[in-house]
Design a protein around this ligand. Structure first.
Ligand SMILES: C[S@@+](CC[C@H](N)C(=O)[O-])C[C@H]1O[C@@H](n2cnc3c(N)ncnc32)[C@H](O)[C@@H]1O
Length: 231
């Protein structure tokens, strides 16, 4: 059933931006997943479904309890791996996750039904472009792991529903380094994605009311929060 799903926009899976040996070190020397999450991780790998990589998982597992995130919004559920991982890392949290792909939704329903033991996760079916206006904030964490071209369009609403000390995390923003290549040298089919990411960087790096941090985890994780003081 899942083999019709193909992913074209995750070049990182085969072209890491960090030295391969270091990526390997981060993925193999740190603690490995066990139980339900290990099973889901293996399922995703077997069916070539993109999920956040191990080093990013460990970062979330550290960050969520530290920030005491109580309400989390995720855009891009896929099979539910990252939402179940967040539920496990922060058992107190309520998690809303959005996906629009019927095949992924069917798998997510199956896995959430099986593994969301505390009923922490609510799956919303549809395009985030339509659903974002309907979800009610505030959220302590907004995690975007969906079509990268749209991150910049989702940003205003994400900021509206973000709690004062909340954080937005956007995954796969380096595009294996393609963000550094002049747009006309990028394959035509990838240009909308690249333009979207460049608009996003232009906006968030310039705005005085936002604070950012780019983390070289996986294919790049962009962290955004509202600045404590605006200069
Ligand atoms: C990389 S996968 C998410 C992986 C998941 N976060 C994990 O780590 O387990 C991206 C998902 O985003 C969904 N998606 C992409 N654009 C979307 C949009 N505009 N609205 C809702 N879902 C979207 C796709 O259907 C796909 O299932």
């Amino acid at each position: 059933m899942v083999n019709t799903y193909t992913k074209t926009s995750n070049p990182m899976m085969h072209r890491p931006v960090v030295k391969e040996e270091i990526v390997d070190f981060m993925r193999t020397r740190q603690k490995q997943l066990t139980g339900d999450l290990a099973e889901l991780e293996a399922f995703a790998k077997e069916h070539n479904i993109p999920i956040i990589p191990h080093e990013t998982v460990l970062y979330f597992q550290m960050l969520l309890p530290l920030m005491q995130a109580d309400r989390i919004l995720e855009i891009g559920t896929a099979i539910g791996f990252s939402s179940l991982m967040m539920a496990d890392a922060r058992p107190e949290a309520e998690i809303v996750t959005i996906d629009r792909n019927p095949e992924m939704i069917a798998l997510a329903k199956e896995f959430l039904g099986k593994y969301d033991k505390r009923h922490q996760i609510q799956l919303l079916e549809g395009d985030a472009a339509d659903l974002l206006d309907k979800v009610e904030g505030p959220f302590d964490l907004v995690f975007m792991d969906s079509a990268k071209s749209k991150y910049v369009e989702f940003l205003p609403r994400a900021l509206e529903i973000l709690s004062d000390n909340g954080v937005i995390l956007m995954d796969d923003v380096f595009q294996a380094g393609e963000i550094l290549i002049p747009i006309m040298e990028i394959k035509r089919g990838q240009r909308a994605l690249e333009r979207g990411l460049r608009r996003l960087f232009d906006e968030v790096f310039e705005r005085a009311d936002l604070q950012t941090s780019l983390l070289p985890l996986g294919d790049g994780l962009l962290m955004i929060k509202k600045a404590d003081k605006v200069e």
